[in-house]
Design a protein around this ligand. Structure first.
Ligand code: CMP
Ligand code: MG
Ligand code: ZN
Length: 661
């Protein structure tokens, strides 16, 4: 018999879970059957029975002459050999020639086939002719067959360890199965190159580097941009030769100066009921009501809204949206406590920060809400998911100190110590928000069921932690992978409708919030330009602080040396555009064109400004250039009388030519 496959549970390409390829009919099913533990043991059992018979025959027969049972044994022997040959053929069909690449399998197959041929040959000899000599020869062949015991013992050993593994690793993760399958693929790969590829994949999985980006390998990126990404965005610099990563802040005791984590609520908070009245009055102001009609537009101007709401843009927009979607009633929220919570959140954003203030939180809330208006996203949400999205957006930078994670870690800030240098700010934003939520005056979730609260909390945490730029490349890569497997689409299968997995919905929402967070380069030029000025000023303030502390100034944080246009081009090209091309693809044509049109137009603006400075020797500040460009684009649009939605439907998919804004 052909012994078991080249490893128990062996599955080559095309096996269940393996890459799809062109398969002979039924091959996969046969392989699955043969790989079953029970089948493996049954086959080994039959081989052992056969071996016992052969062994007994050899031991019991007399030295000379043919024993009386020989004719019976010959028939039994032939029956076994035919069965083994059939098994060999089935295995060859199921696994292909790779099966006999294994030396033991090859040896086994030869012994079985030679034995079969000889057995038939001797049985066809007329009785009496060369009977004695042929019988002697047959005994030698049977002796060789005993050598097969060795191969069987080998298979048995494999079977036992596979069984043990299966028994004890039943609570294992899918990655163990993946590694097992890859290990078998590596063993049976037909060329060295294939084997090396599989080994490389196994190494990537084993070292947990599947979603790690090596920015040093990206030759199209400027050195400063790559330093910005590795240092400022919290990615590891894995270059062993790089010794520039110093513990610069270690001698300082600088603090982030952030607001204390716990507030003395009653000392400076108005009563919850009063807060609600104030919020409702603001919503009813005619200019606010007028702006609220356009709250779901991509071009909505958050700065104008903050002005119209007398600095209460975040409270008014968040309250309005939560109420508008009927979440207050559906989730049994306390209106006054919700107003009070939102007010305190807004207060917790530091007004002194040029960028990370309540207007940025409002902007992210509006962007997130815009994404949720698309059915591909909004259609997947339960009320608790939608509430989580709006809350996560509102609190996502709560109590931001205006300094980045890198700085907090380098200066041993108390927040860095509390959160062990991991997603320091993001952990603080979400933890401090929940502390506030649990205070009596702000706990608008008290009537909510325990399960709903747990779900709300888990989603808000996942979404806010997902805004750490450290996860950017991981998000983009995973998102692409999931897109290619249609993970975010309802599917009608033969048997039933497959709903999108809730984990995938939450991942999609995390990508949406991250996209909402870095949306400013994808906004109309005037708004984009204003955000750029603010974010760069906050970077420069940190740069000033770094210089005054004797620390190396972070890339793009030096107000004297930074080329803003280059920074923005890099930010768009390396981070925002790759994400937006993927993310907006699920929103459909309207979303794609509205977001990508502005993004590409702004990129062209920065490129043009850069060209003028280098080629024409222009000295105009970028702020003036962008202001003029914004006005020209607005005039052109007015002239063409082309509303954005019309432009959107014409501009086509990602990568399409830029249309005037
Ligand atoms: P945060 O809002 O916490 O998360 C996203 C980060 O991206 C943001 O902080 C900034 O550090 C960075 N960022 C946002 N907009 C820009 C921009 N226009 N140029 C450079 N960096 C930006
Ligand atoms: Mg943040
Ligand atoms: Zn943010």
């Amino acid at each position: 018999m052909a012994s078991t496959a080249s490893g128990l549970g062996a599955s080559q390409a095309g096996a269940p879970g393996g890459p799809p390829g062109r398969e002979l009919p039924g091959r996969r099913a046969i392989r699955t059957f043969l790989d079953k533990m029970k089948v493996e043991f049954a086959v080994i059992g039959v081989v052992i029975v056969y071996m016992v018979l052969v062994f007994a025959d050899l031991m019991l027969n007399e030295e000379d002459g043919i024993p009386w049972w020989n004719p019976v044994f010959q028939v039994v022997d032939l029956g076994f050999l035919i069965a083994f040959t059939l098994e060999l053929l089935v295995r060859l069909y199921a696994y292909g020639l790779v099966y006999v690449k294994d030396a033991l399998n090859m040896f086994d197959a030869i012994v079985v086939l030679v034995s079969l041929v000889l057995q038939i040959f001797f049985m066809l000899q007329p009785a009496g002719t060369t009977a004695t000599s042929s019988f002697g020869f047959m005994r030698i062949v049977r002796l060789i067959r005993l050598v097969r015991l060795f191969t069987v013992m080998n298979k048995l050993q494999k079977a036992r360890s596979a069984y043990k593994k299966a028994k004890y690793l039943r609570i294992g993760t899918p990655v163990e199965k993946v590694m097992e399958l890859l290990g078998q693929m590596r063993e049976t790969s037909e060329t060295d190159e294939d084997g090396q590829d599989v080994a490389w994949i196994m190494d990537l999985i084993a070292t947990d580097k599947l979603y790690t980006i090596d920015v040093r390998k990206n030759t199209s990126m400027s050195a400063e941009m790559s330093a910005f990404i590795t240092a400022n965005l919290g990615l590891k610099n894995e270059d062993p030769d790089d010794d520039t990563a110093t513990d610069a802040g270690s001698t300082t005791t600088a603090s982030s100066g952030g607001a204390p984590m716990l507030r003395q609520e009653s000392s400076y908070l108005p009563a919850a009921a009063e807060e609600l009245t104030r919020c409702q009055e603001l919503v009813e102001r005619p200019e606010v009501a007028e702006l609220l009609k356009h709250i779901a537009d991509w071009e909505f101007d958050p700065f104008a809204f903050v002005e119209a709401t007398q600095g209460n843009g975040l409270v008014v927009a968040a309250y309005h949206l939560i109420d508008h979607y009927g979440l207050i009633d559906k989730m049994r929220l306390s209106r006054s406590r919700l107003a009070s919570f939102l007010h305190q959140i807004q207060e917790g954003y530091r007004g002194e920060n040029p960028y990370h203030n309540a207007t940025h939180a409002l902007d992210v809330l509006l962007n997130m809400n815009y994404f949720l208006t698309f059915d591909a996203l909004g259609g997947l949400l339960k009320p608790v998911d939608r509430l989580a999205c709006l809350l996560a957006a509102a609190v996502h930078d709560f109590e931001h100190p205006g300094l980045n994670n890198n700085f907090l870690a380098a200066t041993k800030d108390p927040l860095a110590i509390t959160y062990n240098d991991r997603s320091i700010l993001e952990s603080h934003h979400v933890a401090a928000s929940f502390k506030l939520l649990l205070s009596d005056e702000c706990n608008f979730t008290r009537q909510m069921g325990r399960d709903a609260y747990a779900e709300l909390r888990a989603t808000v945490i996942q979404l806010v932690l997902g805004t750490d730029m450290k996860y950017h490349f991981e998000h983009v890569t995973k998102f692409k992978t999931k897109l290619s497997s249609n993970a975010f689409k309802h599917a009608e299968t033969d048997s039933a409708e497959r709903a999108v997995q809730h984990d995938d919905v939450k991942f999609l929402l995390a990508v949406a919030l991250h996209s909402a967070d870095i949306a400013n380069p994808a906004k109309p030029t005037a708004v984009c330009s204003k955000w750029t000025e603010l974010v760069m000023e906050e970077f420069f303030l940190q740069g000033d602080k770094e210089a005054s502390l004797g620390m190396p100034v972070s890339p793009f944080y030096d107000r004297e040396k930074t080329n803003v246009a280059q920074c923005q081009m890099g930010f768009i090209n390396v981070l925002v555009k790759p994400l937006y091309v993927e993310f907006t693809s699920i929103l459909g044509d309207k979303g794609i064109s509205e977001c990508l049109r502005c993004l590409e137009s702004n990129f062209d603006g920065w490129t043009e400004y850069q060209r003028r400075c280098t080629e024409d020797g222009a000295t105009e500040p970028w702020t003036e250039f962008m202001a003029t460009r914004a006005k020209e684009l607005a005039d052109e649009r007015a002239r063409l009388n082309r509303r954005p939605s019309l432009a959107a439907s014409l501009s086509g998919r990602a990568g399409a030519q830029v249309h005037p804004q």
